[in-house]
Design a protein around this ligand. Structure first.
Ligand code: ADP
Ligand code: MG
Length: 318
C-alpha cells in the first residue's frame, strides 16, 4: 500500500454557474512528498484543494485517497486524513472562542481525552509552532494574525492528518512572520515527513518547500515536474512568464497583474486557454488542442509548441 500514491486526482472538474474553476485536472502525490501548486490569483487553486479536502463536491472526476474514493466531509467535523490550513486563519476558527477550545475539539475528535489531560499535549504543540502557553486562555480575536495562523497550524498538527494542505497559509502575514512560519514548516517537514500540498502564488516559496510543482492557469494544469527542473528549464510559456515576473508576480492582494500580450484579431477561439496571453503563440495554436503530455522524468506540460519542439528534438536524435 505504501508504494501506491497517497493521493490520486483524476480528471477533477468544478463548475460554478458559468465559471469552470477547475478543468479536468489529474495528478498524484506519493507518501512523504511535498507538492506545490502555483498560478495567479483566480486560476482555481483554492477550489481544487477544497474539493480534494472533501469540503466541496466535484462536478466531475474523482479524488482517490489511499486508493479509495474520498468523499465530501463537513468542515470542522471529526478527524480527517486530509486537513487544511486556510489563507485567512479566521476561516479555521470561531473568533469568539478561547484558543484552547479549538485544538481541544480537534484532539477530542481523534480520541477520548479529558480537558485537563489535553492541556499538556496542546501546550507542547503550541511550543512547536512557537506560541506561548499564555495564549491558550485568550480569545482568538485577541491574537495577532501571525499568532492565529500559528494556532491554525497547531490545530491541524494535533489531528495528525496524513495529507496537510496549506492554501496560501502565509501570504496574508507580515514578511517577518511569514519567514518564521516557513522556517517552522521546513522543520516540521524534516521531523515528521508528512505529505504536503502547498498552494502559493510565490514560486520562490514553493522552490524552498516542495519536491514537485504543479503550474495552474485558468483552471487547467499547464506544467508539472520536479521543482528545480521546472524552475531551471520551464517547458510551458506560462511557466516562463511566471518565472520572469519573479516573486512579486500576481500577488493575491493586488500585486503585479499578468502582462497581457495584445490579442490578435483572429484570437479568442484557440483551444489553448493561455493563447490570448502567450508571447510564443503561433497559428498552429489556433488549430490543435494542447494535451497534458508526459516528457519523461516526471515532467508534463500542455503546450502544442512544446510538443512539436520535443518531437523534433527526438527526431534529430535518431
Ligand atoms: P485561486 O485560489 O487560484 O485564487 P479560486 O479557486 O479561489 O482561485 O477561484 C477560481 C475561480 O472560481 C474564480 O473565477 C472564482 O471567482 C471562482 N469561484 C471560486 N469559488 C467560488 C464560489 N464559491 N462560487 C462561485 N465562483 C467561485
Ligand atoms: Mg486561493
Amino acid at each position: 500500500m505504501e508504494n501506491n500514491p497517497l493521493l490520486i486526482v483524476e480528471n477533477l472538474q468544478k463548475v460554478y454557474g458559468d465559471t469552470e474553476a477547475v478543468h479536468r485536472v489529474s495528478f498524484q502525490i506519493e507518501h512523504g512528498q511535498s507538492v506545490g501548486v502555483v498560478g495567479e490569483s483566480g486560476c482555481g487553486k483554492s477550489t481544487m484543494v477544497r474539493v480534494i479536502a472533501g469540503l466541496e463536491r466535484p462536478t466531475g472526476g474523482q479524488v482517490l485517497f489511499r486508493g479509495r474514493p474520498y468523499h465530501l466531509r463537513p468542515k470542522r467535523k471529526g478527524p480527517s486524513p486530509i486537513n487544511m490550513v486556510f489563507q485567512d486563519p479566521m476561516d479555521s476558527f470561531d473568533g469568539r472562542a478561547v484558543l484552547f477550545d479549538s485544538p481541544y475539539e480537534a484532539l477530542s475528535h481523534t480520541r477520548r481525552i479529558g480537558r485537563r489531560d489535553a492541556v499538556g499535549e496542546i501546550e507542547s504543540v503550541l511550543e512547536t509552532v512557537e506560541l506561548p502557553a499564555s495564549c491558550l486562555r485568550r480569545r482568538i480575536s485577541q491574537l495577532s494574525g501571525g499568532q492565529s495562523q500559528r494556532a491554525a497550524i497547531a490545530r491541524v498538527l494535533l489531528t495528525e492528518p496524513e495529507l496537510l494542505i496549506f492554501d496560501e497559509a502565509t501570504s496574508a502575514l507580515d514578511v517577518s512572520v511569514q519567514a518564521q512560519i516557513i522556517h517552522l514548516l521546513l522543520q516540521l517537514r524534516e521531523q515528521h515527513r508528512r505529505t504536503y500540498l502547498f498552494i502559493s502564488h510565490d514560486l520562490a516559496l514553493v522552490a524552498c518547500l516542495c519536491d514537485r510543482v504543479l503550474v495552474m492557469y485558468k483552471g487547467v494544469l499547464v506544467e508539472e515536474g520536479p521543482v528545480g527542473e521546472v524552475m531551471e528549464h520551464p517547458l510551458h510559456p506560462y511557466t516562463r512568464l511566471l518565472l520572469s515576473c519573479g516573486r512579486a508576480f500576481a500577488m493575491d492582494r493586488g500585486g503585479t497583474p499578468l502582462p497581457e500580450v495584445p490579442q490578435r484579431s483572429a484570437g479568442g477561439d484557440s483551444p489553448c486557454r493561455f493563447y490570448p496571453h502567450c508571447p510564443e503563440r503561433t497559428s498552429l495554436c489556433m488549430e490543435v488542442a494542447p494535451e497534458f503530455r508526459e516528457y519523461g522524468g516526471g515532467r508534463r506540460a500542455a503546450c502544442i509548441r512544446c510538443e512539436k519542439r520535443m518531437t523534433e528534438k527526438a527526431d534529430n536524435q535518431i
